[in-house]
Design a protein around this ligand. Sequence first.
Ligand code: ATP
Ligand code: MG
Length: 588
Amino acid sequence: MPTGPSTPRPAAASSGQKQQQFQLQKPSQKPGQKPTARPPQKPPEPILSQEEEDALLAKRFKFLKNVKVRLPFTGTQIPPSWKVLERYPVNSPFAYAVIAQSPLLSRRYYLDEVPLTKTEAAIYSYLLDALEAELTVPREQVNPRQYFADQARKILLKYNIRVPAASWSKIIYFAERDLVGFGVLDGMMRDPNIEDLSIDALAKPMFVYHKGYESLETNVTISDEEQMDNLITRLSHMAGKHVSTAFPIVQGTLPGRHRLVATFRREVSPQGSSATIRKFREDPLTIIDMLNLNLMDFKIAAYTWYLMQNRATAIVVGATGAGKTTLLNALVTLTRLNTKLVTIEEVQEINIPHLNWTSLVSRESYAATEERAGEVGLFDLVKAAMRMRPDILCVGEVRGEEAYVLFQAISTGHGGLCTLHADDSASALQRLISEPMNVPKAFLPFLDLVFVVRRIAVPAPGGGFRAVRRVVALDEVVGPEEVSRSFRWDPRTDTFKASYDKSPKLEKIARDNGITMDEIMREIDRRALILRWIQQKGIRNFKELSPILELYVSRPEEVFKTASSELEAKGIAVAEILGEYKPGGPPQ
Ligand SMILES: Nc1ncnc2c1ncn2[C@@H]1O[C@H](COP(=O)(O)OP(=O)(O)OP(=O)(O)O)[C@@H](O)[C@H]1O
Ligand SMILES: [Mg+2]
């Protein structure tokens, strides 16, 4: 059971008084008798007011009067003067997300959880104590939430706790949230609209990054040091990591593959512990999502698809949270399905449908020596990956000497992909040749594409602004300090301008394969049509998309014919998609 070290001692084991109170209850279960799946059927409860029900429960559970009540920790209530903009369930019927606006127009994310009455809180505390004392670590792999539910039911039967179903479900909700879930963060972790969660410091409100409302303050503030320590310790344990004052920085993967970075106490974060969680998407964004979101247009997608299948090397640059890793993932999905891929990351984020794929994740050292014994860094992994003879080596993010090894791999004909924190192509190339990456200048032209992604504010339809992500530039690297721009985003019209008619990389493919640039341009247009067809069919999931892309590459004529006739049948002008490129002139 993943509980923090300073969670209160199990009461049933430590308190003689409570032990006795347990015995006061007549056990419903004879030794050796299997617990029944459901408590015995009772006539339906009359409908009571909350006060009446509470009084009834209190009478029934006299033994609870000495239980030290621990109220589950929840966020603050929405002030009456605030206007609710949106309310939706995150764990119905117990937890709702509410976006509310103050009279001064500031917005906040409220995690609105069902309250417990005093008696319910006492039963919750009693149950938590009993579960903490009696829950054992199961031998086989089990679903923790299911295991918890079964154990809680056993406790209910064992101590003959009879609680109305509505109260019991609320109690179980909080007990599960706090024992096997993410505690007070559980509702936000379940909210699919939340991309990031940040606990910045002790006594400061948590923040979330919401898909629709961007960065929002929340109604959850942890001000108690012990409570904060417990949460950070618990999250670290859930990520299978150790955290302490000796090792105050944790980076790991939480259940559900969410990325965790946390600091402990005031060792390295003077304002107290902190944690940032980047939520993982089971169903990653694909190139079709990116077209739907207008992150890029069909021409960019088709041009990239064509180059990726010709083993282009690419780097995605942008600021933190710009969407680099997400785009990288979508780019990898454009490579052929039988490509041998090795991905290297600090925390596993990449999620692709390829079978011939090895994922390597770095490991930090807990040794307090300078040699950092046992550490396996990105550098070691890239070196090891080279020996695995991958077609494509993909490094989640380059920051140090691993960049040098990656470029060595690229210069010897391997495909390579990575992300890098930088503003644009020029600063990315400059970073690559500087300390600590030290990529030799001569290696830079082996890099084919530089995608620059940015999060930008664009006018919203109903007034104001909304944040969107765009590929603001797509460049080909020509020399150590020279790039050729293939696409740029026009902020005025929110469209992309193409200028790849003189693309050095495409010209090289033409030369190497004995084909003309016109043929390549036509092929890119055909691929734009295929992507339009896939989008129109409503296919976006990476597991469905990859086989269709593969099918086109292996049977292009057949798939092209089907796509064209299906699009025509829908009234979509195929000639327009195909006729966009004018040989000899820059495409519009
Ligand atoms: N085009 C997009 N549209 C909508 N959401 C996106 C898009 N790209 C990324 N996201 C979301 O934004 C969040 C950050 O994305 P991502 O991890 O790719 O950013 P990053 O630039 O790699 O961040 P970091 O610098 O922290 O590594 C994720 O939750 C992701 O799902
Ligand atoms: Mg990233």
